[in-house]
Ligand binder design. Structure first.
Ligand code: RFL
Ligand code: PHB
Length: 390
């Protein structure tokens, strides 16, 4: 098989790039390890920044998002028994975010790829990258007993944190920066009315909690848990009791509870791999960088990679200009690190750290006091949360 751009990974990054390039007449093949049902079964991001929403529209996939997604102009921070609102619109100079699940937008991208007869191959095994720094790169995968070869001009590694693309870059070239946090998030999805029309991020001595939503009948809640906990340690009743204990009384009192329809634990990690290009391989999204979910930046960080790659590929194929390809890594990383900084800051601000000394706790408290006493501090939070420009 032959294509111009071979994309490894059929998550939002890979599908979005494939769709955008297709619309410009550039041929792609997407290789995905899992079935479509499996990919759509993963409950992940819920908050999209303006730039991501724009990219969905440019990819001709924004119709359902614009119809069903909710525009949020603010969110709450609960602390010390009170609720303070962060007015995103006011403090960011008019921007807002869209609440629309990653599951839904991935479904929209798959449907668009189907409509345009895009090549998305599922259940591929043993994906391997070859000759990535040579003139004739290719990718192989196993389909049953058969090894299939795809010759291409470029390979995009959009295969998430555990995929093979990043690992194909020689250790002597790749520098990895990592910070692991001493806790995870236990997430629950339930068919209940959300406790608040806007998200609530709660800082509490018992640990962090987040009240989010997917729609007016579907709630998504999280609580900070030790890394040693498993889902079995948290029957629904225990989860609801702990969530309520971490929220201001008036919020806990109006919480509607019900059976969980999904429950999972995600460890929290900050990670960046540099460079994001090696030869003809370009990394994008979680394959190159991970953030803790506290600032809702993960998918949004992937969006800027895709934006830069999309324009770089279009410039290369349609205008014969390689500047975008040559500067991709540098440009993408500059924005990636800003999203890292913001996610780290929000994580440090909002969580209980098991080994925190009293000095750390007082500083954390002061950071929060400062935030709500300074329009400039709120402005910094807001402009980062709605997304820095691409
Ligand atoms: P994905 O989604 O991991 O997709 C990668 C795809 O590659 C496939 N793959 C392979 N394919 C072929 N061969 C192989 N050997 C392969 N190995 C892997 C995988 O099956 C998969 O389909 O990466 P992508 O596309 O870069 O997208 C990144 C986002 O998924 C991620 O950043 C966000 O979900 C992070 N995130 C959030 N981001 C936000 O912007 N806003 C949020 O509100 C938000 N909330 C979250 C989150 C992530 C969470 N978890 C579980 C980590 C909440 C949570 C709890
Ligand atoms: C979610 O709805 O899953 C969500 C929202 C905001 C975050 C993280 C996760 O910061």
């Amino acid at each position: 098989m032959k294509t111009q751009v071979c994309i490894i990974g059929g998550g939002p990054s890979g599908l979005m790039l494939s769709q955008l390039l297709h619309l410009k007449g550039i041929d792609t093949v997407v290789l995905e390890k899992h079935s479509r049902e499996y990919v759509l079964g993963r409950i992940r991001a819920g908050v999209l920044e303006h730039g991501f929403a724009e990219l969905m529209r440019e990819a001709q996939c924004g119709e359902r998002m614009d119809r069903e997604g909710e525009i949020h102009d603010g969110f709450y921070i609960a602390h010390d028994g009170q609720l303070d609102r962060v007015d995103l619109k006011k403090y960011s100079g008019g921007s807002s975010v869209v609440v629309y699940g990653q599951t839904e937008l991935t479904r929209d991208l798959y449907e668009a790829r189907d409509r345009m007869q895009g090549k998305v191959i599922h259940n591929v095994e043993d994906v391997a990258l070859h000759d990535i720094d040579g003139k004739a790169p290719y990718v192989t995968y196993r389909d049953g007993d058969e090894i299939v070869r795809i010759d291409c001009d470029y390979i995009i590694g959009a295969d998430g944190f555990h995929g093979p693309s990043r690992k194909a870059i020689p250790r002597s070239v790749l520098k990895e920066h990592e910070k692991v946090y001493p806790f995870g998030w236990l997430g629950v999805l339930s068919r209940t009315k959300p406790v608040s029309p806007e998200l609530i991020y709660a800082k509490h001595p018992r640990g962090f909690a987040l009240c989010s939503l997917r729609s007016q009948v579907l709630s998504r809640y999280y609580i900070q848990v030790p890394l040693t906990d498993s889902v079995e340690d948290w029957p629904d009743a225990a989860f609801w009791a702990e969530l309520k204990a971490r929220l201001p009384q008036e919020v806990a009192d109006r919480m509607e509870t019900g059976p969980s329809i999904e429950k999972s634990i995600a460890p929290l990690r900050s990670f960046v791999a540099e460079p994001m290009r090696y030869g003809n391989l370009f990394l994008a999204g979680d394959a190159a960088h991970i953030v803790p979910p506290t600032g809702a930046r993960g998918l949004n960080s992937a969006a800027s990679d895709i934006y830069y790659l999309y324009h770089a590929m279009v410039d290369h194929y349609l205008n014969g200009d390689d500047t975008g390809l040559e500067t991709y890594s540098q440009k993408a990383l500059a924005r990636v690190w800003k999203a890292q900084r913001f996610s780290w800051w929000m994580t440090m601000l909002m969580h209980s750290f098991p080994d925190a000394i009293s000095y750390d706790q007082r500083l954390q408290q002061t950071d929060l006091d400062y935030l709500f006493s300074s329009d400039k501090a709120l402005g910094s939070l807001a402009e980062n949360y709605v997304g820095l420009p691409f």
